[in-house]
Design a protein around this ligand. Structure first.
Ligand SMILES: Cc1cc2nc3c(=O)[nH]c(=O)nc-3n(C[C@H](O)[C@H](O)[C@H](O)COP(=O)(O)OP(=O)(O)OC[C@H]3O[C@@H](n4cnc5c(N)ncnc54)[C@H](O)[C@@H]3O)c2cc1C
Length: 382
């Protein structure tokens, strides 16, 4: 039998490129290898599960067997690849060698862990897949107080969701505003005020330096000398694209695994997409870009080479207490912000000297303008 197309990862990137490939080629052997249990789920739903009272099973959309059948594929679960040998077109699962015709890296990004002293390390959780979510839910059951680390997009979404789920949330982050780098300060203030309005408390500036067990749960010591009592900690300080195995195999890496517009790495027959990939200089950890990549790569793998292009990629942040849509200006863009609105309804527009719209942040009622503004935005990859 000829060597299969092998996809590493069964997240949104892995499963969607498999689906797209199967639209063009129903017969070529297809093998998916995943470190997790291979259930199909939508990762963005992980930060809406408490408000909707859904456990991990409730968020799962299909078991691995159903996915294998739907994709006419073999799927190996709880299996971690340990190396790639591009010269021989094979990869390693420990001692076992697996040959591939084409290899697709869709192995995502890993959570960044911050060093915290103290005797309660095991009470610090992070959520980057369905199994993490199940572990956190089990630990949170029967408890009430969550200390959240990180005020980025994911941290703010969890602050909203856990509060809706009945938890008391205190958020600690070493920044002056929520979602720095993504949001204009006026929009950030609107989101923070919205979250405070439903009871979340913010400690912006310090970090959690020590976490200790007490008779009554946990005590977090912050670097500004203050203390926060809690029952468990959820860390959402950021993600780092997985690049080590690619670098060890001699593939070009930068912030992510470097690929061109056809999603090809620096080595023929090896491709990458999703959170692990840096596509023509852009490493975007969102769903819309990976769907565009999956469509293009599905065709390429089927022998019809296709290049990916990105239109504008606005992100809807799931903070229902303060609706937010953001399209951050590209790194290096030169322009100025104008801000209108007040309170929870902020419209912040970023335009260059020619009045071309380069980015925006909309909160509250201003989100209604997103469709009109999207038409004005330039594509991210023309
Ligand atoms: C809580 C949360 C909320 C989000 N909300 C949004 C949102 O609202 N909108 C949006 O656009 N984006 C959102 N995102 C980002 C979006 O979900 C991700 O960009 C996307 O899901 C990444 O998919 P992926 O397939 O690239 O990676 P992953 O889903 O991380 O999949 C990686 C796969 O690779 C496997 N793997 C890793 N290493 C190995 C190995 N060595 N061997 C074998 N298998 C391996 C893993 O087991 C997994 O199956 C959110 C992210 C999080 C964490």
């Amino acid at each position: 039998m000829s060597a299969p197309v092998v996809i590493i990862g069964t997240g949104l990137a892995g499963y969607n490129v498999a689906k797209e490939f199967r639209k063009h080629d129903t017969q070529t052997p297809l093998l998916l290898i995943t470190a997790d249990d291979g259930r199909s789920y939508s990762k963005p739903m992980l930060s809406t599960g408490f408000g909707k009272n859904k456990d991990a099973d409730g968020l799962s959309m299909a078991e691995v067997g159903a996915m294998a059948e739907q994709l006419n594929a073999e799927i190996r679960t709880h299996t971690r690849i340990s190396g790639i040998d591009p010269g021989h077109r094979q990869l390693w699962l420990g001692e076992e060698a697996v040959a591939y015709r084409d290899l697709v890296l869709a192995w995502g990004a890993e959570v960044i862990r911050v060093p915290v002293e103290g005797d309660a390390q095991d009470a610090i959780f992070s959520i980057n897949d369905l199994e993490d979510y199940a572990r956190f839910r089990a630990a949170a059951a029967g408890n009430k107080r969550v200390l959240l680390l990180g005020a980025g997009l994911i941290g703010c979404e969890f602050a909203n969701d856990l509060t809706l789920g009945g938890y008391s949330v205190e958020l600690v982050a070493p920044c002056e505003q929520v979602m720095p780098g993504l949001l204009h300060p006026a929009a950030a203030a609107a989101v923070q005020a919205g979250l405070e309005g439903i009871g979340a408390r913010f400690h912006l500036g310090p970090v959690l330096s020590r976490l200790q067990r007490t008779d009554d749960g946990l005590l977090g010591h912050l670097s500004d000398g203050s203390q926060v009592a809690c029952d468990l900690v959820l860390s959402a300080v950021g993600l780092r694209p997985r690049i080590e195995l690619a670098a060890a195999a001699g593939l070009a890496v930068n912030r992510g695994v470097v690929v061109d517009r056809q999603l090809q790495t620096s080595h023929a027959n090896i491709y990458a997409l999703g959170d692990c990939a840096e596509v023509d200089g852009l490493n975007l950890l969102y769903v819309m870009p990976l769907m565009a990549c999956a469509r293009a790569l599905g065709q390429t793998l089927a022998g019809k080479p296709a290049a990916v292009s990105y239109g504008p990629m606005p992100v809807t942040v799931k903070t229902p207490v303060c609706p937010l849509v953001v399209s951050p200006p590209a790194r290096g863009a030169v322009g100025e912000w104008t801000v209108t609105g007040s309170g929870g309804d902020i419209k912040a527009l970023y335009r260059d000297a020619e009045e071309q719209l380069l980015g925006y942040a909309l909160t509250g009622t201003a989100v209604q303008e997103k469709l009109a503004l999207n038409r004005e935005l330039p594509p991210l990859l023309a």
